[in-house]
Design a protein around this ligand. Structure first.
Ligand SMILES: [Zn+2]
Length: 309
């Protein structure tokens, strides 16, 4: 749910006019986990499960919040990633949790890449399909694509609680880390990735010129000619902030949604699932590049920090 501050150094590509037909796949409430990790119908089914009216929009501390977390844990469990909950109370005193799952890397000294998305939304008939069932579904698709591999660096998959109350879950994690934060070389944030068709582009914020992830994304996006990717720009008000304050660089994938942002019309049927699946695949490609890069990303973090200065 970020408010975005645009900076002069942004370099927007030409917005491509896309003529993609919407996915004609039948909707299913149960994700089809036999499909490819980045299958649009499977990703949409995962969003539908989290944004089901029975969960009433997953307000922090609600029954729907707990039910949403159970779905996420079950999926990570099925992938063999042994998710753990980090329980905390939000600012209203309601119990919620972050979910964390680890894919161990082969080189314990090479650092850690975190891929995160907030799982909560506003509740009270605000179902939050785009904000942020879409980000969670993208994170789970990346976990699906990478589980069973052994990257060089450890990858942590995270679903944060209480973001809508002020990025509380990610802030709690940074205050009470379950891993060595000094070893985190990159944080990938996925928040609202299901409304590409609104403007015809996805922002990849945090990609400042000198940062290693920026060049990796520039290389990776060549395989996604149907996506117009906005490189550059600084983001505010999402879960990357707590990491950035620690000097951890981030890439924040986000699509604008003027129509249904924090409205009751943020429902699964509005989702641009075809592009969302591609955004998940692009983010997954970047995670893989970061996790396997031979560059000394710990040294570059120490030198350049979050803003590439
Ligand atoms: Zn959000």
């Amino acid at each position: 749910m970020p408010l975005v501050r645009w900076y002069r150094d942004m370099r927007w590509p030409l917005v491509l006019v896309l003529a993609l037909a919407p996915s004609a796949h039948a909707e299913s409430k149960v994700p089809d986990h036999e499909a490819s990790p980045y299958d649009a119908a499977a990703v949409k089914a995962q969003v539908a499960a989290l944004a089901d009216p029975a969960l009433d929009g997953r307000a922090s501390g609600s029954e729907g919040d707990a039910a949403g977390r159970a779905l996420i844990r079950a999926r990570l469990d099925a992938l063999g990633l042994s998710p753990k909950e980090q329980a905390f109370d939000d600012d209203a005193g309601h119990a919620t949790a972050n979910i964390l799952a680890t894919l161990p890397g082969s080189d314990a000294d090479a650092g850690i890449v975190i891929v995160g998305a907030h799982h909560d939304h506003l509740g009270h008939k605000h179902l939050g399909a785009n904000d942020n069932a879409s980000g969670v579904a993208a994170m789970l698709a990346i976990a699906d694509a990478l589980h069973g591999t052994q990257p060089r660096r450890t990858i942590v998959f995270a679903a944060w609680g209480a973001e809508e109350r002020g990025e509380e879950g990610s802030a709690y994690f940074v205050k009470h880390p379950t891993i060595d934060l000094d070893h985190v070389v990159e944080y990938i944030n996925l928040d609202m990735v299901g409304s590409y068709s609104a403007r015809g582009w996805v922002a990849a914020m945090g990609t400042f010129k000198k940062l290693p992830a920026t060049a990796m994304l520039e290389a990776g996006k060549k395989a996604f000619p149907r996506l117009s990717v906005g490189i550059g720009g600084r983001a505010e008000r999402s879960d990357h902030e707590a990491f950035c304050e620690q000097g951890v660089p981030y890439v924040f994938f986000w699509t604008p949604d003027d129509r249904c942002y924090h409205e009751t019309c943020d429902t699964t049927d509005k989702l641009d699932a075809a592009h969302m699946a591609q955004i998940a695949a692009l983010a997954g490609d970047l995670v893989s590049r970061l996790a396997n890069s031979k560059q000394d990303l710990l040294a570059s973090r120490a030198k350049l920090g979050c803003f590439g200065r």
